[in-house]
Design a protein around this ligand. Structure first.
Ligand SMILES: NC(=O)c1ccc[n+]([C@@H]2O[C@H](COP(=O)([O-])OP(=O)(O)OC[C@H]3O[C@@H](n4cnc5c(N)ncnc54)[C@H](OP(=O)(O)O)[C@@H]3O)[C@@H](O)[C@H]2O)c1
Length: 232
């Protein structure tokens, strides 16, 4: 792939509602994107977007992905981890398999990548930026009681983001966690037809925040969680 002059990003969940908007924004700004998908769809065709296929719940696939992206890009300046999933469930209905499923899709998908990526990113003279996606549910017990496995799995990402900051201290590694309430996606509009989407947070606003955090504008920021709750 011909590399543009911009920064190099690895973005997971690149097919998703939010991930696809972030890929498009950063690609249009002239950056090079490793767009990681689990299921190839052929969407998001730009000459500075290269697709990589991996099931990130698999440690070996995560390692191969990191090796493949580094072979192609040489450095990764921003890691944007949007891969994730949601499930309802209270104490009665949430057992081992429900917990494992949510831990896999929300935590393992981020943890395995970080595990294989961080040491390489720390070798880069300019370090790297890591952006995780938590959820308001992880910080709000009222909401968490009806989506217990989701809430616990997202809560772990706050710890992971903090750990990345701690390990990467002194190597210009900066990690942030963005905490959306409800994102205005077609899926959410379909599943909550009686809610007012104007109160939700837009994908475009989140994509702008990612861009802000990953460029010089974000340089003074350290170890932050950014609540993007819209007007909820
Ligand atoms: N939507 C909301 O209201 C909301 C609120 C709070 C937080 N969040 C968080 O924000 C992030 C983006 O949300 P979204 O609505 O854009 O979600 P989405 O449309 O469901 O996209 C999530 C993406 O994650 C990918 N993914 C899932 N499991 C994977 C795996 N094992 N390996 C690799 N990729 C995997 C999927 O890839 P494939 O399509 O390729 O299968 C999917 O495209 C998520 O982390 C979500 O939890 C969302």
């Amino acid at each position: 792939m011909f590399l543009h002059m911009g920064k190099n990003f690895l973005i997971t969940g690149a097919n998703g509602h939010l991930g696809s908007v972030i890929v498009e924004k950063l690609a249009k700004e002239g950056n090079n994107i490793a767009a990681v998908v689990r299921t190839p769809t052929g969407k998001l065709v730009f000459d500075n977007v290269q697709h990589f296929v991996a099931d990130l719940t698999d440690d070996d696939q995560a390692k191969k992905l990191v090796d493949d992206v580094y072979a192609e890009f040489k450095t990764i300046d921003g890691v944007v981890l949007t891969a994730g999933g949601f499930a309802m469930g209270n104490l009665e209905t949430t057992g081992k398999s429900q917990l494992e499923q949510m831990f896999a899709v929300n935590f393992y998908t981020a943890y395995y990548l970080v595990r294989h990526l961080l040491a390489k990113a720390m070798q880069q003279p300019n370090g790297s930026r890591f952006i995780f996606f938590g959820a308001r549910t992880a910080l709000d017990h009222g909401a968490a009681k009806n989506s217990i496995a989701y809430a616990f799995s997202k809560a772990l990402l706050f710890q992971l983001s903090g750990l990345v900051n701690e390990i990467g201290k002194g190597s210009n590694i900066v990690s942030c966690i963005i905490v959306p309430s409800i994102i205005d996606t077609q899926e959410n509009r379909n599943s909550m037809p009686n809610s007012d989407p104007s109160k939700w947070v837009s994908k475009e606003d989140i994509a702008s925040m990612v861009s802000f955090l990953c460029f010089e504008t974000g340089n003074p920021i350290r170890d932050s969680s950014i609540k993007m709750y819209g007007n909820i």
